[in-house]
Design a protein around this ligand. Structure first.
Ligand code: FES
Length: 167
């Protein structure tokens, strides 16, 4: 098996090769590669004996799945109403300026992907930014470089669940 085949096989086997587990399998594949590489999707289809188009259909239907490579660190800026009125767009602008990318893009060195989302359920702390699962509350444009510096050359840690307020 070439490319990502052996890892994908391991993941599919961990679900007993069950087609009903397609979404969970794709989640695990994405956790492995940070996105869904095309050859991995083909391997999933082959091992579950499903049409490739069906696997693609699921991969493109859910917003949580990405067919594009993402950076080592995922920066999410909340643009929900409560954060928006507290100047969240200026925070997005500052991340774009410092990273040299637009929202939805990844830096050339594959370190950061900048994304936006709507309401994380912590509106009282807005504007809220989440990096690799770590929350930052009451963010201002002046705090953007401090946040980024925490992650520059730092290993990705998706288990962060801390809540930082106004630091
Ligand atoms: S609007 Fe940003 S957390 Fe609710």
């Amino acid at each position: 098996m070439e490319g990502n085949g052996s890892k994908v096989k391991e993941i599919v086997n961990s679900y007993g090769g069950n087609r009903d587990s397609l979404i969970s399998i794709l989640q695990d594949v994405q956790s492995e590669y940070q996105y869904l590489p095309e050859d991995a999707l083909r391997h999933v289809a082959a091992q579950l004996q499903l049409p490739v188009i069906q696997v693609y259909g699921v991969a493109t239907f859910f917003k949580a799945f990405s067919l594009e490579p993402k950076g080592k660190h995922i920066v999410n800026v909340c643009l929900g109403t409560a954060c928006h009125v507290r100047s969240a767009p200026s925070i997005v602008d500052e991340f774009e300026r410092q990273l040299g990318i637009c929202r939805g893009e990844t830096t050339k060195d594959m370190e950061f992907t900048l994304e936006t989302l709507n309401c994380l359920g912590t509106c009282a702390l807005g504007p809220v930014v989440v990096v690799d699962g770590k929350y930052y509350g009451e963010v201002t444009p002046g705090k953007v470089s401090k946040i980024l510096n925490e992650y520059r050359e730092a290993p990705r840690d998706t288990k962060h669940e801390e809540l930082e307020i106004g630091s």
